[in-house]
Every structure is written in structure tokens, then in C-alpha cells.
Design a protein around this ligand. Structure first.
Ligand SMILES: *Cc1c(COP(=O)(O)O)cnc(C)c1O
Length: 423
């Protein structure tokens, strides 16, 4: 979309004030949002297939989140849990311990961002095992801090000229059914595990870290059997299996966590994004004996588990339960997937349609970002927010809020189909 007058004005101010390295997908500046619609400062209404990158799963400014935040902000805004603790932090940890896969005793710790949660999961795994190596996968995305840049696969834009990176990170091949010649999950796991055995050595591995469905890497869904085989190997190696559920968690894929699909039980789970309806919060949750291995004071941070974010998380999770947003995610899949498959039938430029729940994507047949960026721009112009992804920049991904209504969802799909027809 062309920036309308107020947005154009704000954009001019931004150029002089905001560092160029911080990009934005849309040229439009936001005035308000809710119910799957984002309204810009010029009054344009955009259908939201992005949810602020899988964050506002309960909807933007969701009523119960707003109310919980307002109530908390009047009581106190911050004490630092490491200085003066409060109930909501404990309640969020209790909730996460109950919701995440695994019936064993668990502990949680709260942080501000996904990257910070991943860093802390690695700290816990290294501390508990006394080993250095962390195994990650092709196309992985785990964040932008120094350690998480090392864990992330893609150079541009995440890593380029930002090194040197943290050591003892080893990357092995992912199961990527569209691109790995149809390896089964077991075969793809054997390929990855042989590299770990030969190049790292099982005894050196602190953790195997994986997104159960890759996010920024292009919504890559590993072949069935891949995740269970990795989890089994990791258990036998005495290492820690960490599921990065930052993008896939909180009903996004039709279950509370994507690992549940194949009954994989991680030792540690990292969460963020959908957890608190847009307030910044992240967590590491996992086996009590691993989490409690760390000495007092070894984990924390000034803002981690801020009381306003905790209040928002409790309201968000209640909303997900009450509105049954896991079922809503499956409903979105049922509404979108047939139309995406039909689009791919008609349009040979589309190579693959994949994903689960309200985390769906199209990959173009050519490993070239030109078509998806043209389609994404056309969608934006016509009033639909879509995001791109993938190592080759050739994936369009769809992450509608789980509360979006059928009519808005269908209108969004109309715009997407029109954009492909015109491109
Ligand atoms: C977004 C994301 C992160 C990083 O989260 P931030 O809050 O941006 O630091 C890490 N892992 C996955 C899978 C993500 O999608």
C-alpha cells in the first residue's frame, strides 16, 4: 500500500529518528487494532494475517487482557521479582508447569523476550550437564542476541557482519520434506544424528535445540518421526532436549504446544510470543532437576516476569482456555488449507502448501523472493497483512489471530488469491 498522508508524515519523522537497521513490513502506522483488523492513522483497515508475528493470538487489545493489565498497572508496575516477589509470577510458572508436555515435576523462570528465554535454556542445559555443545538445525531461528545469532541459521539479515559468534554451536540438517527428496522422518533423523555422533560426539552435547515447526525458516514441518527420534537420541546421550515453542506455542498449531502432535516430551520448553497477548514475556519451563541445578542468582534479569506482563499472561491463557482457541486454530486450518491447496493447483508457481493450525504457509517453486515479495506488497495494498519467511525468502506465511471471524478470514483469502492472480 502507498502510505497515506498521516503515515507518510510519520514515516518522514521515523527516517530522521529511528535507526535504519530496524525495518517494518508495512508503510502504514497503526492507530488501533482488534478482532483481526488493524486500523492505520489514516483510517485504512487491514486484515491481520500476521498477529504481530504470532503474538496477538488472543486478538489485539483482547478485553480480558486489557482489564487485567489495567488492574495491575494501578496496583504496582514493577518491584523486580529478584528484589520483592509477587504472586502473579508464581502463578504464571504454575500455569506453565501444568500446560507444557510432561507429567514430571517442573520449574519455570520468566524473561522478557524469546531470545532471552533461549539463552537461558542453554545456560540451564550447560550448567546441568557440565557439557559445552549445542546442536541446532539448518533454517533455524532462535533470536538476535549474540548467542542466539549463533544458533540462528540465516546470514542475511540476522547475522551479516555481526560476528564473531558464540562458540560450541553445531548445525545439522533439518527434515524438510519439500526439499530433502522425501526422506522419512527416521531417515532425516539418522542423517542428523550421524553428524552429531561423528562431528560433535554424544558425550559433548549439552542440548539439542529445535523448533518443532520452524518459524522464520519458513514454517518447515519435519516429517513424522523426526522429532521423536531426536528426542530419544538426546535422552540416551544424557543431553537436554529443548523445544523452542516460541512461535508454535499457545494453541497456534491446534494444540497448546506443537510437540504434542507426536507426543514428544521435551526436557525444556522455551515460550514467548503468544504467551501474554502482546505484553513482553518469555519463559523457560522444564524438568525440576535441570532447572533447579542452577545456583541461586544464576538466572534472572531486572524486568523478567514483570507484573503487568504476568497479569496479561494469566488473562491470555484463561482466554485461550475459555474460548478454546486450540479448536479455533484447527478451524482456521480447515477454512484456509483447502483454499491454499486449490490456489496451488491453479498456480504452478506455488511449490508447496504446509503448516498446521493457524500457522500455514506457501512456498514458491522457485527459490527466489521476487514472487512472494510482489504478492505480499499487493496484499498490503489491498488491505491484508501477510509476512514472508524462509531461507530463500520465498515463503508467504499466515498467522491470523485465533479469534478472527470466518468472514474476515474469507475476505483475507480473497485478497491473497487476487494478489496471486495479478502477480
Ligand atoms: C521470535 C522467535 C525467537 C526470538 O524471540 P524474540 O522475542 O524476538 O527475542 C526465538 N525462537 C523462535 C522460534 C521465534 O519464533
Amino acid at each position: 500500500m502507498e502510505p497515506s498522508p498521516r503515515s507518510a508524515e510519520l514515516h518522514a519523522r521515523r527516517i530522521d529518528a529511528v535507526a535504519r537497521g530496524v525495518g517494518s513490513v508495512l508503510p502504514a502506522y497503526v492507530e488501533s487494532a482488534g478482532g483481526g483488523i488493524v486500523v492505520d492513522v489514516d483510517g485504512n483497515r487491514l486484515i491481520d494475517f500476521g498477529s504481530g508475528i504470532a503474538v496477538t493470538s488472543v486478538g489485539n487489545a483482547a478485553p480480558r487482557v486489557v482489564e487485567a493489565v489495567q488492574r495491575q498497572v494501578e496496583r504496582f508496575t514493577h518491584t523486580c521479582f529478584m528484589v520483592a516477589p509477587y504472586e502473579s509470577y508464581v502463578a504464571v510458572c504454575e500455569t506453565l508447569n501444568g500446560l507444557t508436555p510432561g507429567t514430571f515435576d517442573k520449574r519455570s523462570a520468566l524473561f522478557n523476550s524469546g531470545a532471552e528465554a533461549v539463552e537461558n535454556a542453554v545456560k540451564v542445559a550447560r550448567h546441568a550437564t557440565g557439557r559445552p555443545a549445542v546442536v541446532v538445525f539448518d533454517h533455524a531461528y532462535h533470536g538476535r542476541t549474540n548467542l542466539t545469532m549463533a544458533l540462528t541459521a540465516k546470514n542475511m539479515p540476522y547475522k551479516h557482519r555481526f560476528g564473531p559468534f558464540a562458540p560450541e554451536i553445531y548445525r545439522v540438517p533439518m527434515s524438510y520434506p519439500y526439499r530433502d527428496g522425501g526422506l522419512t522422518g527416521g531417515q532425516a533423523a539418522a542423517r542428523a544424528l550421524e553428524q552429531i555422533d561423528k562431528q560433535v560426539g554424544a558425550d559433548n552435547v549439552a542440548a539439542v535445540l529445535i523448533e518443532p515447526i520452524q518459524g522464520e525458516g519458513g514454517f518447515v514441518v519435519p516429517a513424522e518421526g523426526f522429532l521423536p527420534a531426536l528426542a530419544d537420541w538426546t535422552r540416551h546421550a544424557g543431553a537436554v532436549f529443548i523445544a523452542d515453542e516460541i512461535q508454535t506455542g499457545f494453541c497456534r498449531t491446534g494444540t497448546w504446544f506443537a510437540c504434542e502432535r507426536e507426543a514428544v516430551v521435551p526436557d525444556l520448553v522455551t515460550t514467548a510470543k503468544g504467551i501474554a497477548g502482546g505484553l513482553p514475556l518469555a519463559a523457560v519451563t522444564g524438568r525440576a532437576e535441570l532447572m533447579d541445578a542452577v545456583h541461586v542468582g544464576g538466572l534472572g534479569g531486572t524486568y523478567g516476569g514483570n507484573p503487568i506482563a504476568c497479569a496479561a499472561a494469566l488473562a491470555t491463557i484463561d482466554t485461550m482456555r475459555d474460548l478454546d482457541l486450540c479448536t479455533a486454530a484447527r478451524h482456521i486450518e480447515a477454512a484456509m488449507l483447502p483454499r491454499l491447496h486449490a490456489l496451488a493447483e491453479r498456480d504452478p508457481r506455488i511449490g508447496d502448501v504446509r503448516g498446521r493450525g493457524a500457522m500455514l504457509a506457501i512456498e514458491t517453486a522457485a527459490a527466489d523472493p521476487a514472487l512472494v515479495s510482489t504478492v505480499a506488497r499487493a496484499c498490503h495494498r489491498e488491505g491484508l497483512i501477510v509476512l514472508t519467511a524462509g531461507t530463500y525468502g520465498n515463503v508467504l506465511r499466515f498467522l491470523p489471530p485465533l479469534v478472527i471471524d470466518d468472514e474476515t478470514l474469507a475476505r483475507g483469502m480473497d485478497i491473497l488469491e487476487g494478489a496471486f492472480a495479478d502477480a
